[in-house]
Write a protein that binds this ligand. Structure first.
Ligand SMILES: Nc1ncnc2c1ncn2[C@@H]1O[C@H](COP(=O)(O)OP(=O)(O)OP(=O)(O)O)[C@@H](O)[C@H]1O
Ligand SMILES: Cc1cn([C@H]2C[C@H](O)[C@@H](COP(=O)(O)O)O2)c(=O)[nH]c1=O
Length: 207
């Protein structure tokens, strides 16, 4: 079974995954961008040309990621980010090449056809943007390259577009992927133990 943990920057994905490793140590854990992929050189979300470049580079990384996922799929594979992240982060600026969100997401999914492993479940950590921003600014030890190149207001705008694309994609997941992917939404504004407990309940029902 293949489970993706998704959400905007600061929603608590990595924290949740680290807590899941203690609860379910025998699962296989992975992430995107993969460890071997140096995305630090990628240009931030400045314009549609950079987003097209980002999309193809993250998709290149994802196509290479298929082997690792397939080798472990007999287990429970949990990925911190996957294809929904590309739709959410690159879609908003790429929309300038298209008539709207539907055509944009359809194009990104068409280009993603070499990505054969699709998730069985997407767990989306739903968080208020102000809450996420506070966590990014106040708690995060290391500023990620995208944080460094964007002002707080720019970051807030970007995360607004990202969450809009996330929620639209997830709401219409069958239309865009052609498969029955189960989507679970967790209120990630709450303390991490509550987010973890909700996630454990979801996973235990799947086992
Ligand atoms: N439920 C929570 N309540 C309060 N703080 C949290 C919660 N979850 C995570 N945090 C804190 O918020 C910060 C961001 O968390 P984390 O790195 O897990 O988010 P993320 O979604 O993985 O972010 P990114 O996608 O940018 O890597 C960390 O400092 C973490 O300790
Ligand atoms: C997989 C993927 C990621 N991104 C963005 C999202 C984040 O800002 C960074 C790194 O992710 P992390 O969880 O903060 O380590 O990359 C993206 O734009 N497109 C993608 O496909």
């Amino acid at each position: 079974m293949f489970i993706n943990i998704e959400g905007i920057d600061g929603s608590g994905k990595t924290t949740l995954v680290n807590n899941l490793k203690n609860t379910f140590p025998d699962f296989y854990y992975t992430r995107e961008p993969t460890d071997g992929f140096d995305y630090a050189g990628l240009v931030p979300l400045e314009n549609e040309y950079n987003s097209i470049l980002d999309f193809f580079l993250f998709t290149y990384d994802r196509i290479r990621h298929q082997k690792e996922i397939k080798e472990n799929i007999k287990n429970i594979v949990i990925s911190d980010r996957y294809i929904a992240s590309s739709i959410a982060y690159e879609g908003p600026l790429i929309e300038r090449f298209f008539s709207g969100i539907d055509e944009t997401i359809q194009y990104l999914m068409d280009v993603s056809r070499p990505v054969k492993c699709m998730p069985d479940v997407i767990i989306y950590l739903d968080v208020k943007i102000d809450t996420a921003l506070k966590r990014i600014i106040n708690n995060r030890k290391v500023l990620k390259y995208r944080d460094e190149k964007l002002s707080v207001l720019e970051k807030k705008n970007v995360l607004g577009f990202v969450s809009t694309y996330y929620l639209y994609f997830l709401k219409n997941i069958k239309k865009f992927t052609g498969t029955d992917i189960r989507v679970e939404y967790i209120d990630a504004n709450r303390p991490e133990n509550m987010v973890l407990n909700d996630t454990i309940k979801i996973i235990e029902k799947l086992l």
